[in-house]
Design a protein around this ligand. Structure first.
Ligand code: GLU
Length: 413
């Protein structure tokens, strides 16, 4: 068993224990349903061939078709994809949307590929996993280093194989290609809503708060910008190249402009440079880790000064760090709740594609808000009822929902 998955299972074990879950049902929930590894040969622009390792994991499909993004990153492994697929299962259950959990990925540094190479890589990967995906089977979406343009190539590849246009095979598409208004902003918008809701319950109103955001990709950049628009002071931002700080608040629009022009937030006028590690340890009200896994660990958890952590990334905090943070009175809004906005609007996109009827952006945002606020209430309610953390509340809620459905369906034999 890989390290990430092993660590992730500890939370599942603890929640199942606390719920007194039927041991027989629990045996099913601890295992991924299907794990596939494919070799993806790609002809490079210079005529040479490179072969990449690709993965797709269906973790659990009790609640509906498998759902989850595709990640292009050099560190992608089966262990990581399996763990992310498990987290998608719990995330969809927390949001109460009718999906199971999946994830896919290719071990590749997409920044080293030309656009044409990236397209060939995507199309061949989809061709290799074509039997695993489909609107009623498994619906991929963007994740780290994948975007609407790549989703467009996926629609086309799948549609060519099916001999008809099937837009609902993937979500996070360009709006003009069956995408949903508001999908691109949805994860960041959900993060902002969770900061706002946490602020109400834990007495740290968003409009009076200071915030540090680690990561300036699709999640971090939109979250920062929407959080600032709520009146909060965003004092620190970062990306892979490093971070920036201004105790009086950073102009997030200027940071977005800087990234569009130069590819990085670092060096933004009127800010001081800081490292990604320093950003995590700033004395702020809210810390939003919105980059990758394993950022807050037993090594730095005792140095975190934020009052509330709202996880934008998947798995930024380890289980050991969870305990240290909790012992120090730091509140944490867990990933499977706080970043569920993306998959929620993916659900709306899939519904719109299947109906062939598209909603106004205000309708998308209203329905997203309703789902996120209800999910927050459900998790908060669970954590209060059992006197547990928000993480534990979210896991208990999700596992109970999936367990109840698994029990009701029974075991096919
Ligand atoms: N990759 C996103 C996540 O981790 C979105 C998944 C989706 O929309 O299916 O939640």
């Amino acid at each position: 068993m890989g390290k990430l998955f092993e660590d992730a299972l500890k939370r599942v074990d603890a929640a199942a224990d606390r719920l007194n879950l039927d041991e027989n049902i629990y045996k099913i929930l601890r295992k991924p349903k299907k794990q596939v590894i494919v070799s993806v040969p790609v002809e490079m622009d210079d005529g040479s061939i490179k072969v990449f390792d690709g993965y797709r994991v269906h973790y659990n499909v009790a609640m509906g078709p498998a759902k989850g993004g595709i990640r292009f990153h050099p560190n992608v492994t089966l262990d990581e994809v399996k763990t992310l697929a498990m987290w998608m299962t719990w995330k969809c259950a927390v949001a109460n949307i009718p999906y199971g959990g999946a994830k896919g990925g290719i071990a590749v540094d997409p920044k080293k590929l030309s656009k044409k190479e990236l397209e060939r890589l995507t199309r061949r990967y989809i061709a290799e996993i074509i039997d695993l995906i489909g609107p009623d089977i498994d619906v991929p979406a963007p994740d780290v280093n994948t975007n609407p343009e790549i989703m467009g190539w996926i629609v086309d590849t799948y549609s060519m194989h099916m001999r008809r246009t099937v837009t609902s095979v993937v979500t996070g598409k360009p709006v003009f290609l069956g995408g949903s208004l508001g999908r691109k902003e949805a994860t960041g918008r959900g993060v902002m809503l969770m900061v706002r809701e946490a602020g109400k319950v834990f007495g740290l109103p968003i409009e009076k708060s200071t915030v540090a955001v680690q990561g300036f990709g699709n999640v971090g950049s939109i979250a920062a910008s929407l959080i600032a628009r709520q009146g909060a002071k965003v004092v620190a931002l970062s990306d892979v190249n490093g971070g920036i700080y201004n105790k009086n608040g950073i102009d997030v629009d200027a940071a977005l402009k800087k990234v569009a022009e130069t590819g990085t937030v670092t060096g933004l006028a009127g800010t001081q440079p800081i490292t990604n590690e320093e950003l995590l340890e700033l004395n702020v009200d809210y810390l939003v880790p919105a980059a990758l896994e394993n950022q807050i660990t037993e090594k730095n958890a005792d140095k975190i000064q934020a009052k509330i952590i709202v996880e934008g990334a998947n798995g930024p905090t380890t289980t050991k760090a969870d305990k240290i943070l909790h012992d120090r009175g730091i509140i944490l809004i867990p990933d499977i709740l706080s970043n569920a906005g993306g998959v929620t609007v993916s659900y709306f996109e899939w519904v719109q594609d299947r109906e062939g009827y598209f909603w106004k952006e205000s309708v998308v945002n209203e329905r997203l808000e309703e789902i996120m606020v209800n999910a927050f209430k459900d998790v908060y309610g669970m954590s209060k009822k059992y006197n547990e953390t928000m993480r534990m509340g979210a896991y208990m809620l999700a596992i109970k929902r999936v367990a109840d459905v698994t029990k009701a369906r029974g075991i096919y034999a």
